[in-house]
Design a protein around this ligand. Structure first.
Ligand code: ADP
Ligand code: MG
Length: 811
């Protein structure tokens, strides 16, 4: 047995003897990955197997002992199978032979580029230097594109395609067209230009209908490449020079050769310095033509059939070298399916892992809860009540809660979280609440204190039992808070990411609440969770994601939706104004200011190169203060300011030191300024509807009339129609659906929503495909949750790779 396997066996045994408590190795089994992967590689273990081991061990810590046992035994069986360790001389099963492509690969006769046996599983991990024509220097250049191995090339998808399938007679060509023509060379001329500093080569071709001039700047060798009477295929853009049609630097190929660059749908790849399109296309094509038909398809046949997908081989071939628009479409669908499917499988596995752990149960009786609700300053809405019931059930179930509360801005998520904290702390345990900014944390601190604490005997908590911890908390206070936290005297700790920085230690953390969860990365959420042993988790978001999407992206969390606003909340009156009507907006604002109210004026972030390198808000601030609102104080807030400066300005605005706040979008997240009644948004066309809706949610929080005024940059009918949706509804979910249809998910989720970067093919607005992938993943998971069956081994390995590429960033 290879030494690396020997080690695995030893530690797996030890781990079993210790009841899968993850202490066979100090620091946990995952620690052995520090060296094991290299050793395994040195022993020549297949790359897929190494990946599978690494994936399992990395996750190991998070598993319950039961799942750990399954993970290790499953893994070991697989190792035995794949390395032929099985005694009894049984031949390890040969790798499932690659699915036969529906079509014969275009050219299989030539020597395959890698010079590696296709049976060798690691072949696709071979470096690009195995390809003819790629030495260390080219390899270095390709690395800039993220291309290191043959497999990388196979999955380096075209950025777009040029369609050269429509051959045209030369006499029918139009200026500006992108076309392919076939013709015979009539004449070749090279002459010096610019006083001999450069040269121009012209090739004249004729196709029987007319002649066409091809120009090549400074490429004298073109003159030697072709001779008169050669038949060539030419693809490029038709341009005009002195009244005649020409093509500048077109792609040319002799008619006989494979029409790789011409007369077909041609892939166009993203490039980097010193890598030409044609060269890269050739290299990728050679890899694809040989390897695509040979990859084995990790997605089981049953799933493929269920979702009507072409085989992976076919999809990889067609995505690079499509035969038709239809086959390209099918290939895209297949590759997009894979991404969603893997995403979903990982999410389901995560959910299962979490649910297999035991957690402390917190049950409260009806009387206790009724008393809590009685003491609130308002009655819960039906939706709040329902979500609270769901949380109550979760907390008493003995398994860790993993719940996402989605609720529009102002729907009242905070009070629900506070009640959850009440349930946990009333039974002696601790709760943590983490918010993305200090000002939000402070707001929560005030709300929680108001809702749960008091000096009187019947108050649930003493005010000292709720504490705030932010970056600016003074050292002495911090020390005292942390000590009290460790002693269990503090019951609820509210703060920013300061909470997850050492040395914050809880005595018994049983509930972790995360507000505006999309602002935190996975690691940060995990870090908060780590402060306790399988604590209950409640995350909250105001980003309204349509249900189908939410199920896919956050499928590891149970979803609660607060879809009802507190009674008496008036919709914010929303108007779309033209730029010419700006003065009307100012008049309305002056009226509100005169009545003692406050206003936000928001500007979009505009590319630096346009005009000046300051945010538009900076210039506007000067003008607004001097010319538009000279009798009021106008504050300024933008992203270039330091965090504490921003906080200070926000605080001053909340305290009424300014009447108008001019800002970029940094105010987006849940800050409450109940006295603000106007939100004026300039350049409104640059924002997604969901984002506009978030901004609008900043006003109207104090009851009474509030206004949102949208001013686009131009009078543009289509844009303004989109904005008009804002005037028509105050429902964030409707707006999100609308946005999703119009602009795609990247736009409405915003760039901060991490984790989508490696979904290269999947378009999250393709709800039908998402639904299919989700169903397939669920039924597969239902039959073989651990992906232990032999026919699912390839899938398990692929899944491990997929999640390591950053997919895990999703929830
Ligand atoms: P969000 O869901 O955006 O975080 P908040 O929890 O900040 O919303 O609640 C917005 C405002 O609505 C707060 O001032 C809160 O006190 C108030 N509120 C919450 N629930 C109710 C209710 N059921 N009835 C009346 N007001 C409520
Ligand atoms: Mg909130």
């Amino acid at each position: 047995m290879q030494p690396s396997l020997e080690k695995l066996r030893k530690f797996f045994r030890l781990e079993a003897e210790r009841g899968y408590s993850n202490d066979a190795i100090i620091g946990g089994l995952a620690k052995m990955l520090d060296y094991w992967e290299d050793e395994a590689r040195a022993d020549g273990l297949p790359e897929t197997l190494i990946a599978a081991v690494a994936a399992r061990l990395r996750d190991y810590e998070r598993l319950s002992p039961k799942s750990r046992k399954e993970a290790l035994t499953g893994l070991w069986q697989r190792i035995k199978r794949e390395t032929g360790l099985d005694e009894a001389g049984s031949v390890p099963p040969t790798r499932s032979s690659a699915p036969r492509p529906r079509k014969a690969p275009r050219r299989t006769s030539h020597q395959h580029p890698g010079g590696l046996s296709p049976d060798q599983p690691a072949a696709l991990d071979a470096p690009l230097t195995v390809l003819p024509g790629i030495g260390p220097r080219n390899a270095k250049r390709l690395e800039a594109l993220g291309l290191r191995t043959l497999g990388d090339m196979l999955y380096y998808f075209p950025r777009r395609y040029d369609d050269y399938t429509q051959l045209k007679p030369i006499k029918d060509l139009w200026y500006g067209e992108q076309v392919t023509v076939i013709g015979q060379v009539r004449d070749i001329i090279t002459r010096p230009i610019r006083g001999g500093k450069a040269s121009l080569t012209e090739i004249i071709i004729h196709d029987g209908t007319a002649a066409l001039r091809l120009s090549f700047f400074n490429q004298p060798w073109m003159a030697n490449r072709y001779t008169v009477h050669d038949a060539i295929v030419v693809s490029g853009k038709v341009e005009q020079y002195l009244g005649r049609l020409v093509m500048n630097n077109p792609d040319i190929e002799p008619v006989e050769t494979r029409h790789l660059h011409t007369h077909r749908i041609v892939p166009v790849y993203p490039l980097t310095a010193n890598v030409s399109q044609k060269w890269l296309r050739e290299k990728i094509a050679s890899v694809v033509q040989f390897w695509a038909p040979r990859v084995s398809d990790p997605v089981p046949e049953s799933v493929r059939q269920g979702a009507a997908l072409p085989p992976l081989s076919e999809a990889l071939l067609q995505i690079h070298l499509p035969d038709s628009h239809e086959s390209l479409q099918a290939a895209r669908r297949r590759l997009a399916f894979d991404e969603i499917f893997y995403l979903q499988l990982g999410v389901l596995r995560q959910k299962q892992d979490w649910q297999s752990a035991a957690a402390a149960a917190f049950a409260v009786d009806d009387d206790w809860l009724a008393a809590r609700l009685d003491s609130l300053p308002f009655t819960l809405t039906g939706a709040q009540q329902r979500v609270l019931d769901e949380i109550r059930a979760d907390l008493s179930a003995g398994r860790p809660m993993n719940r996402l509360i989605q609720g529009d801005v102002g729907s009242g998520k905070t009070v629900v979280a506070a009640l959850a904290a009440a349930i946990v702390t009333t039974q002696g345990a601790q709760a943590a609440v983490m918010a993305p900014t200090a000002i939000l944390a402070e707001q929560h601190y005030e709300n929680f204190t108001r809702l749960l604490a008091g000096e009187s005997a019947e108050a649930l908590l003493h005010p000292r039992e709720i504490r705030l911890l932010v970056g600016s908390t003074p050292a002495a206070e911090r020390r005292e808070t942390l000590a009290a936290l460790e002693q269990g005297e503090v019951k609820i700790l509210i703060g920013t990411h300061a909470l997850i920085e050492e040395p914050v230690r809880f005595q018994n953390l049983q509930l972790a609440v995360i507000d505006e969860q999309h602002r935190f990365g996975v690691a940060q959420r995990a870090a908060l969770r780590q402060k306790g042993v399988h604590p209950h988790l409640l995350v909250m978001t105001a980003t309204p994601i349509p249900r189908s999407l939410a199920l896919t992206l956050y499928g590891d969390l149970d979803l609660s939706i607060i879809d009802e606003m507190p009674a008496g909340r008036q919709p914010v009156k929303t108007y779309v104004l033209t730029p010419a009507e700006r003065e009307r907006a100012y008049t309305l604002i002056r009226g509100q200011l005169a009545a003692g109210r406050q206003a936000f004026i928001v500007y979009p972030l505009i590319e630096e190169s346009e005009k000046s390198n300051l945010p538009a808000a900076v210039e506007a601030h000067k003008r607004l203060q001097a010319e538009v609102f000279p009798n009021y104080k106008v504050g300024l807030l933008h992203g270039r300011m330091k965090a504490d400066e921003k906080e200070a300005v926000m605080q001053q605005f909340r305290d009424g030191e300014f009447q108008v706040l001019v800002s970029t979008t940094v105010i987006e997240v849940g800050v409450d300024v109940p006295n603000a009644t106007v939100m004026l948004i300039e350049g409104a066309n640059r924002f997604g509807l969901a984002q506009l809706h978030q901004l609008r949610g900043r006003v109207g929080r104090g009851g009474g009339e509030a206004y949102c005024l949208l001013i686009p940059e131009h009078e543009n009918a289509a844009e303004n129609e989109r904005l008009q949706a804002m005037a028509e509804t105050n429902d964030g979910f409707l707006l999100a659906e609308y946005d999703l249809k119009q602009r795609g998910p990247g736009e409405f989720l915003g760039t901060r929503q991490a984790g989508f970067s490696t979904l290269r093919m999947a378009n999250l607005s393709d709800v039908a495909l998402i639904e299919v992938a989700r169903q397939q993943a669920e039924s597969l998971f239902a039959t073989d949750p651990g992906l232990q069956r032999p026919e699912h081994q390839a899938l398990a390995a692929t899944l491990g790779r997929f999640w390591r590429q950053g997919q895990g960033d999703i929830s």
